[in-house]
Write a protein that binds this ligand. Structure first.
Ligand code: LER
Ligand code: MN
Length: 273
């Protein structure tokens, strides 16, 4: 079954970014629950902010699951990523992600590697960067397995990484790994920029897709831009996708309205049988 999810950012430096709810996790959980979401996705400032007992209590009180936890604060806040030229910084980036996997995993959730993948540069060749990324994904994917969850790897648009911009290149990377426990995160905003055809890309990536960022072409809530969702939803059903469609969208026109627009679009395109 395809379930609904909404993002909550707890990272002040990410202000202006594509997250529906901000700062107040208890209030976000109440709103998500009232609107009928199945789950939340948290973007924390540090792994330790996803504290097992208090987050579990909030989830239970509101009848929600934790779908995933993002690691982007490792980049936004600490300027770490997996392809930096300095070995100690690559180790610190991997450690930040490993600790996030532990915090999320205790709550049954997957961890996302998006901006923490980094990029190749004058100092690190494309080949070396892809090697660093593959090595980290291999180790971290196996680490996630200890918690019984997959790790999510997110291809990003060309303005955010020069490593993998399409699902196809993501699949190629995944198939080269030493682990089979990494799945793709298909973010419809990035895909709208990079993919010739979003539905075809979803069908081609098929079983490799583990999570979806449900958002429109302009990064506003689904239904506020020009993505044609009917073929996208049909493709997800066709591949047997049974994860979350998670609203990683701008809080436009405000958080509450963005969440409401998202759940309306979710119910329209993913009606329960
Ligand atoms: C970044 O653009 C993004 O889509 C996030 O999910 C990555 O951390
Ligand atoms: Mn995303």
């Amino acid at each position: 079954m395809i379930r609904s999810c909404v993002t909550v950012s707890l990272v002040s430096e990410a202000r202006g970014g594509p997250f529906v709810f901000w700062d107040d996790l208890p209030a976000a959980c109440r709103s998500a629950s009232e609107l009928g979401f199945d789950a939340i996705e948290i973007f924390p400032p540090a792994p330790e902010a996803v504290e097992e007992i208090s987050v579990r209590r909030l989830l239970d009180e509101n009848g929600l699951k934790l779908a995933a936890v993002g690691t982007g604060a490792g980049w936004v806040r600490h300027k770490l990523h997996l392809c930096l030229p300095e070995a100690d910084k690559r180790v610190a980036a991997r450690d930040f992600i490993r600790r996030t996997i532990d915090a999320a995993g205790k709550l049954g959730a997957s961890t996302i590697i998006g901006s923490m993948q980094g990029r190749w540069s004058e100092l690190v060749s494309r080949e070396a960067a892809l090697g660093y990324l593959a090595e980290s994904l291999g180790e971290l994917g196996e680490h996630a397995r200890k918690h019984g969850v997959p790790l999510f790897y997110e291809p990003l648009n060309r303005y955010e990484t020069n490593l993998c911009n399409s699902l196809e290149s993501g699949v190629e990377l995944l198939e080269s790994l030493s682990t089979d426990n990494v799945r793709l995160l298909a973010d419809l905003f990035h895909m709208n920029i990079e993919e010739p055809n979003i539905a075809v890309a979803i069908r081609t990536a098929g079983r490799h897709i583990g999570h979806v960022h449900f958002v429109d072409s302009n990064r506003r809530p689904a239904g506020s831009g020009h993505i044609d969702y009917a073929p996208v939803a049909a493709a997800l059903r066709e591949i047997g996708y049974d994860g979350y469609v998670s609203a990683e969208a701008l809080p436009y026109p405000d958080s509450q309205s963005a969440a409401r627009l998202t759940i309306q679009a979710y119910r329209k395109y993913f009606p329960k049988a």
